[in-house]
Design a binder for this molecule. Structure first.
Ligand SMILES: CC(C)(COP(=O)(O)OP(=O)(O)OC[C@H]1O[C@@H](n2cnc3c(N)ncnc32)[C@H](O)[C@@H]1OP(=O)(O)O)[C@@H](O)C(=O)NCCC(=O)NCCS
Length: 262
């Protein structure tokens, strides 16, 4: 076993960085104090209806289970997405199912509170975490990351494509031949545990390295806006629309903000 394999086998909470910075965001581990902010943000079917293992409605007890059982488990790195300026909680990004063999890999997951959709925050947060995960000097030093999304969730597919993920070639071929019924299916807890057709994507360290500089340039060129605070209440739980919406609640604009990712 190489030194790197040793590290990933024994990563545990040591692998979770204290914080990661992107131009607009600060990614950090969740803590108990997040629960009151977390519950109303994720207790939204527009969010949970796209995730595999998150219940809806989402209670304080679910948040406690997430913080105490899921986040600390050794095979994942789970980070809160917060505004770098205001520290407001905006969502979550994670790498789970981390394994060292046959390749060092994990699967990416993320969600963004509805009021912040369509501003590139998921892409920016995932870029921050992937940058850390693929770095040779990080305890993860991953070779490849898997991505997946329900077929009826193209927004997530776009996020992954923007990050440089490529659709699984075999799955794409069988989709052409056999249609959607040939795709793997994954259960969605929030939709009553029913299974839905799922697409798989892959991102290697090399593919990410090629895409990374471009992503950082795009992010650094953005106006430093829209994540400090919102004048709107958290999204209501009864929303059931799963399609694209062009009407996320507007957010106030920051006058200034950091643009340095270091
Ligand atoms: C998928 C999700 C994380 C995307 O977050 P985001 O911060 O809005 O991501 P981006 O701003 O990078 O936009 C991604 C794509 O969403 C779509 N989108 C853009 N504006 C949108 C809006 N106002 N409303 C809905 N979708 C929009 C676009 O296709 C966009 O791609 P583009 O930039 O090429 O136009 C977010 O919609 C979400 O949390 N959904 C529910 C949970 C989920 O699906 N998690 C992933 C499970 S695999």
């Amino acid at each position: 076993m190489t030194e790197r394999d040793e590290r990933i086998h024994s990563f545990g909470s040591d692998c979770t960085p204290a914080q990661l910075l992107t131009p607009r965001l600060l990614l950090r581990p969740f803590c108990e104090a997040d629960i009151p902010e977390l519950v109303p943000l994720i207790n939204d079917f527009r969010v949970t209806g796209r995730l595999g293992r998150v219940p809806f409605p989402y209670s304080k007890a679910d948040a406690e289970f997430f913080l105490r059982q899921v986040c600390p488990s050794v095979d994942n790195v789970t980070l809160a997405i917060t505004c770098r300026t205001s520290r407001a909680l905006m969502g979550c990004v994670s790498l789970h199912g981390l394994v060292a063999e046959p390749r060092r890999m994990g699967e990416i997951g993320y969600w963004i509170a509805f009021m912040y959709w369509g501003k590139g925050f998921a892409t920016e947060a995932a870029t921050g975490l992937l940058r850390f995960a693929f770095s040779e000097s990080s305890p993860l030093a991953l070779d490849v990351v898997r991505g997946a999304h329900f077929v009826d969730n193209p927004n997530s597919g776009r996020v992954q494509q923007k990050l440089g993920f490529v659709y699984d070639a075999q799955e794409t071929a069988s989709l052409k031949d056999g249609g959607e019924s040939s795709l793997p299916r994954m259960a969605c807890l929030a939709r009553g545990g029913k299974e839905f057709a799922t697409r798989t994507l892959w991102l290697t360290r090399e593919q990410f390295a090629r895409r990374q500089q471009e992503m950082m340039d795009i992010m650094a060129a953005r106006e430093p806006e829209n994540c400090s605070q919102t004048s709107h209440p958290p999204p209501k739980a009864e929303g059931t629309g799963l399609g694209r919406t062009d009407d996320p609640s507007p957010t106030t604009t920051l006058d200034e903000g950091p643009t340095d990712a270091k």
